[in-house]
Design a binder for this molecule. Structure first.
Ligand code: TMP
Length: 390
């Protein structure tokens, strides 16, 4: 099914959100016009202009899943939950990154093969003893996997929305699961983005913003449907969808409930557009007031999401002089587009305010940095609307 996106929300010039830079790279930095589009026929919501995958996923990809303790727990729980679907067959994890979920499967005795095109993170998981194919999903990769055994479950967390050739990807997944297997995936859910005005989920890597309505249109040719779903609180709100053959897996009531909420997607996009513009003004008001008062501020967590907020709102080192992050590959580098220095988390001290770029990990962060509030420090967030947290 061909997808034809009509432009809806224009974010203007954006860098690659995970392309942390050294100063010598500033002059050749890559930018693209980031526009969110909608296709009324397929209900697709996605980026009108995309960045070539080789520019985003490569041997120096800066995102390592295992850096978050909260996500380790999430994946351990998910593996246990999906165990009945894994059965005795082979599990395939698409976008296995550094093996955070492969580890969880291994811990409960499930045989799993990872597919991960970013060579550096794939190598980390191989080092932990996992079977990983370091390629983009393709017909050939499908054959390579099927030669290993019958696939019971294909799982992907925060990867499916990255895949520009989504129709081909679903064809590959359909070949892997056949009539008996299940495809389970979890990605940011579009209605959460609207509800929280979390426009920072929209960046180069996220080509698609999923709804059940869209997925059902795309998998229908293979006799598949979304037969179950559940809302999960990670990454600011995701919908985990379960796709299986119509003859084998009856649709559960939860799917209908969510489909009702997905009516009027075009109107929801308009609401999001208005709220994003309001959010920018209010956030700049807060940051400018902090600056005017001579208070010290830094960013917390050099997330891809924060790159969008900074670039869209025009927040540079004058408003947020540095960002702390635990990821070694980000430290010592500069934030894409706005060139704010990123420093190790040990430097998180001596500030009055910290802007939560990693707002989706707030609970873990607030517990880990309990001293900050005790000493009078205050978090600033832009989700759902910009505010100093009391
Ligand atoms: P994510 O939102 O895409 O998972 O990225 C989280 C980023 O935040 C990652 O670069 C690690 C960083 N981070 C910290 O620096 N300190 C923390 O306590 C947590 C939880 C994350």
């Amino acid at each position: 099914m061909q997808i034809k996106l009509q432009p809806k929300i224009d974010f203007s010039r954006m860098p690659i959100a995970n392309a942390f830079l050294t100063p010598d790279q500033f002059k050749d930095e890559y930018f693209f016009d980031m526009i969110l589009g909608f296709d009324p026929a397929t209900k697709a919501i996605g980026l009108v202009n995309t960045v070539p995958p080789e520019k985003m996923f490569h041997d120096h990809y800066a995102f390592y899943s295992s850096t978050s303790k909260g996500m380790q727990t999430h994946f351990a729980e998910t593996a246990k939950k999906l165990l009945p679907l894994a059965g005795k067959g082979l599990v395939v994890e698409v976008g296995s990154n550094d093996g955070i979920m492969l580890e969880a499967w291994k811990d409960i005795g499930v045989s799993v093969v990872g597919v991960e095109p970013s060579a550096n993170v794939a190598e980390v998981s191989r080092g932990r003893g996992h079977d990983v194919i370091s390629k983009f999903m393709s017909d050939k990769v499908v054959q390579e996997i099927l030669a290993k055994g019958k696939v019971s479950l294909v799982y992907g967390a925060n990867v499916s929305c990255h895949i520009e050739g989504f129709a081909d990807y679903l064809r590959n997944v359909a070949s892997l699961i056949g009539r008996d297997g299940v495809f389970v995936f979890e990605d940011p859910y579009f209605l959460d983005i609207v509800e929280k005005t979390s426009y920072d989920q929209i960046y180069d890597e996220h080509v698609w913003y999923f709804t059940i309505s869209f997925i059902n249109q795309m998998v229908e040719p293979y006799g598949l449907q979304v037969f179950d779903c559940e809302h999960i609180p990670v990454h600011g709100g995701e919908l985990r969808m379960y796709v299986g053959h119509k003859d084998k897996f009856a649709q559960k009531p939860a799917v209908e409930d969510w489909l009702k909420k997905e009516r009027n997607l075009e109107q929801q996009i308009q609401i999001l557009d208005q709220n994003i513009k309001k959010s920018k003004i209010e956030l700049l008001n807060i940051l400018n007031a902090v600056k005017k008062d001579g208070k010290k501020i830094c960013g917390f967590g050099a997330t891809s999401k924060g790159v969008i907020v900074c670039n869209y709102c025009g927040i540079g080192p004058d408003l947020v002089p540095f960002i702390t992050d635990t990821t070694p590959t980000k430290q010592g580098k500069y934030y894409p587009g706005v060139h704010i220095p990123v420093v190790p988390q040990e430097n998180f001290k001596g500030v009055d305010y910290a802007f939560l770029f990693a707002w989706n990990h707030f609970k873990e962060i607030d517990e880990g940095q309990a001293w900050f509030r005790k000493n009078g420090g205050k978090w600033i967030t832009h989700v759902p609307m910009p505010r100093i947290m009391e």
